[in-house]
Design a protein around this ligand. Structure first.
Ligand code: NAD
Length: 515
């Protein structure tokens, strides 16, 4: 099937009452040429999508968890079967290198299998200690919150539009997804595959359109919001969710540090830095943007890092030809240029890169390594979200940790060392949701059983692991008394009741120490 035909077909999955409104034209970063158009949904469209989701959820919740798991496992299989078309589409929409698209594609079936295998036990009722041993009991039951709104960004549109939705669906929720307006087609392709896998109509809805219209409309109507995007928008989402008294998870930006200790294998660390800094042209929330290298190894590491970086090939073709692809659009390119120009204006040295490559693609920028960067430069302070990294020598591990923690963000970090145990101890001191030792980010991201998220300006809440599904559940405690009402019998003096309660409390405290 040609791409145009497929795009037209999947665009039909967005239902809008206002098709006559001016649609949004989606362009390919590789060429800046239009790919297709998507509906500009309105507040009414969001309301209708959420109503459909609410209606469908009341039936979805009746499915056995094992039946829900089977549908999502089938969906994971379909993603693998249709991988070449999906990879083409990711490349078309984002301009990223195919190898980087593969990373996100593989994440989808992995997440489906993980949650499919865990959901039943996480959702099962749990017996907890009762108020009075033997006399009363307590059981915790878990119910889906209802309709979950997922708001996703453009940088990893395949995995980030669906992997937060998968645990929500397995928990028995319906999902309404709002993908970024720059990358909506991949989300629609996933909706089509979910339907093919047997997900009932309405359980997964997609609304497309302007983030500033569709986003708030969604936050006002759903029961939970899983947001991934910038810190600025995350704050607006949190404020709105707070007003509506609904919970949310916020996966936001980062200014991630990488520390290379003197005893590290510098060549391995250099290869790790290339992956950590330039995957998806640096448009990765977990990407390293600040490198701190112990002085004893600084020159050797830098030579190796610059050498590896210069070997990277740039290209925007659909296929496996190039190592690094395009930035998403002109705004992102402008931001990268501003950060580099500002740093250079303040005395930074450009060891490699430092320029746009319109000959390769309209938004392509060379992988860039900067040294001697003024700590007040924008590139040292703000998330660049591009292929630019600063490298700074430090006097020892203490200085490295201090420098790493000197940021309002706290998403991901890495420590490179010949002593893995020491690396793990130092990791405890770094303020970040994930710290990888001797790896840039894959060890943390691909550990689907372990929670991921940010501290400080990098967000709230966790995805992955049991935490990634618990967030979509409402716990209810059902407690019962085996000895009838615990109200004091009538006519018994309060002093008597107090004495009995004190005795019961003491027994309870002793028991809880022993058990
Ligand atoms: P963004 O905040 O501009 O957009 C993210 C999503 O929010 C899009 O779907 C957008 O349409 C929507 N949106 C826009 N305005 C909204 C509003 N008022 N209310 C609700 N939704 C609204 O993000 P961006 O700058 O396009 O994406 C890049 C950022 O995302 C970077 O900062 C990056 O670090 C971050 N990110 C974080 C993670 C993570 O897991 N922590 C992953 C990927 C990207």
């Amino acid at each position: 099937m040609t791409n145009e035909k497929w795009l037209e077909e999947i665009t039909g999955r967005v239902s809008t009452d206002a098709p006559e409104r001016e649609p949004i034209t989606v362009t390919a970063p590789a060429t800046d040429e239009p790919i297709g158009q998507i509906p500009r949904c309105t507040d009414d469209d969001v309301a209708a999508a959420v109503s459909r989701a609410q209606a469908a959820q009341s039936e979805w919740i009746e499915f056995d968890p094992a039946e829900r798991a089977a549908i999502l496992e089938d969906f994971g299989d379909l993603v693998l079967e249709r991988r070449e078309e999906l990879l083409d589409l990711v490349q078309l929409e984002t301009g990223k290198a195919r190898a980087h698209a593969v990373e996100e594609l593989l994440d989808v079936p992995t997440t489906c299998s993980y949650y499919a295998s865990r959901a039943e036990s996480i959702l099962a009722d749990q017996t907890r200690d009762g108020a009075f041993p033997l006399a009363t009991d307590a059981t915790v039951t878990k119910k889906p919150v209802g309709v979950v709104g997922v708001i996703s960004p453009w940088n990893y549109p395949l995995t980030l539009s669906i992997t937060d939705a998968v645990p929500a669906l397995l928990a028995g929720n319906a999902v309404v997804l709002k993908p970024d307006e720059k990358t909506p087609f991949i989300a629609l392709a996933l909706a089509e595959l979910l339907a093919k896998a047997g997900l009932p109509d309405g359980v997964f809805e997609v609304v497309t359109g302007d983030g500033s219209v569709v986003g708030p409309a969604l936050v006002d109507r759903v029961d939970y919001v899983a947001f991934t995007g910038s810190t600025e928008t995350g704050r607006a989402v949190a404020e709105r969710a707070g007003r509506n008294l609904i919970d949310c998870s916020l996966e936001l930006g980062g200014k991630n540090p990488m520390i290379v200790l003197a005893n590290a294998n510098f060549e391995e660390a250099a290869r790790g830095a290339v992956q950590g800094c330039f995957t998806n042209a640096g448009q990765l929330c977990l990407a390293a943007e600040r490198l701190y290298v112990e002085s004893a190894i600084y020159e050797r590491f830098l030579d190796a890092f610059v050498g590896e970086t210069r070997r990277l090939s740039l290209g925007t073709e659909v296929g496996y030809g190039s190592d690094v692809g395009s930035l998403i659009d002109d705004a992102q390119l402008e931001r990268v240029e501003e950060h580099v120009d500002d740093a250079v204006g303040r005395g930074a040295s450009v060891l490699t890169g430092g320029r746009a490559r319109p000959d390769v693609g309209p938004f392509v920028y060379e992988p860039t390594i900067l040294t001697d960067v003024d700590p007040d430069a924008r590139v040292a302070q703000e998330e660049t979200f591009g292929p630019v990294v600063t490298v700074t020598p430090v006097d020892g591990p203490r200085a490295a940790i201090e420098a790493a923690n000197d940021s309002d963000y706290g998403l991901n970090a890495s420590v490179w060392t010949g002593d893995r145990e020491r690396g793990r101890r130092l990791a405890q001191e770094i303020e970040a949701g994930t710290v990888c030792v001797n790896d840039a980010y894959i060890a943390g991201w691909a550990a689907t059983d372990a929670p991921m998220g940010g501290v400080g300006d990098s967000g709230l809440g966790r995805r992955h692991g049991p935490e990634g599904i618990e967030r979509y559940l409402e716990s209810k405690t059902i407690a019962s008394s085996r000895i009838g009402s615990l109200a004091p019998p009538s006519g018994v003096p309060a002093t008597w009741t107090t004495r009995s309660l004190l005795a019961a409390t003491n027994v309870r405290r002793r028991l809880s120490r022993w058990l």
